[in-house]
Design a protein. Structure first.
Length: 153
């Protein structure tokens, strides 16, 4: 035969010892404190706590950008820039390099550059970097910014 709640086989609160009731209240209070710690209140900043710098992705430098040249193969680009962080599965001719950096406790910064290929050769790039004056791309980018002689009438 089964014991039903409230029948002679089960214990009620008044039959439990005071120590057991106090222990249950203590466990309930600890659970409430732990759940209260998960609230959305701002966390106080403790003095002297060290926060580490967080760097993620491919480090991109101006020197690397200046080494890129039109017509470079994919292998040559990997040698200069490293393996791309993102390779678009729908567009195999575009590689994205992304670098995120957050100094300890500071604002997060992001740098990105996208490289475009045609027939396994580098044809262009766009992003947060411009070619330097010594780069092979510099003359190409300057030629595209200057007005042609037919426009100067």
């Amino acid at each position: 035969m089964m014991n039903l709640p409230g029948k002679s086989g089960s214990k009620s609160l008044r039959n439990q010892s005071p120590t057991r009731i106090a222990g249950q209240k203590l466990v309930a209070a600890i659970c409430l404190l732990v759940l209260g710690a998960c609230s959305s209140l701002p966390v106080p900043q403790f003095p002297g706590v060290y926060k580490i710098d967080i760097a993620q992705g491919n480090i991109i430098t101006q020197e690397m950008i200046d080494q890129l040249e039109p017509g470079m193969t994919r292998r040559q680009v990997i040698y200069v820039m490293g393996t791309p962080l993102v390779r678009d599965p729908y567009n195999q001719d575009r590689w994205d390099y992304i670098f995120n950096y957050q100094p300890g406790g500071g604002e997060r910064g992001q740098e990105r550059i996208s490289l475009n290929f045609e027939n396994d050769a580098l044809v262009s790039f766009e992003g947060d970097f411009e070619p330097g004056e010594d780069a092979a791309w510099y003359s190409i980018s300057q030629d595209s910014n200057e007005p042609s002689s037919s426009d100067a009438s």
